[in-house]
Design a protein around this ligand. Sequence first.
Ligand code: AMP
Ligand code: ZN
Length: 114
Amino acid sequence: MSDCLFCQIVAGQIPAKVVAESDDSLAFYDIAPQAPVHVLVVPKAHFMSVNEVTVKHPGVFDDLMRLAQKVAEIEGVKDSGYRLVFNVGRDGQQTVSHMHAHVLGGRLMTWPPG
Ligand code: AMP
Ligand code: ZN
């Protein structure tokens, strides 16, 4: 997907501050952080959303979740706690149509989210 922002980041065509990577996933800092720790974890292959990946490609989801946990460890929030968020589709306010997890931490999260 040449016009997809996160595909371009995975391909190294748009710069990002990489935190960690695995065979199938890449983690990089969000450009507009909503918390002291705000990292995005994306599959290297293009999937529009969680809807597309969980049934057909469960291995991708598994790999992404493992990397998200590694990010929490690297960023020092594994024990203090963190929030994993997948925004999905219109009502979920997903703005980039390449599936991604937000790893948010470093402060007390409010509930419910706005
Ligand atoms: P969502 O609203 O769940 O689709 O999240 C998209 C996220 O991508 C937002 O938190 C944006 O701040 C973030 N974002 C947009 N462009 C970039 C970029 N070039 N590098 C890093 N993060 C980005
Ligand atoms: Zn993409």
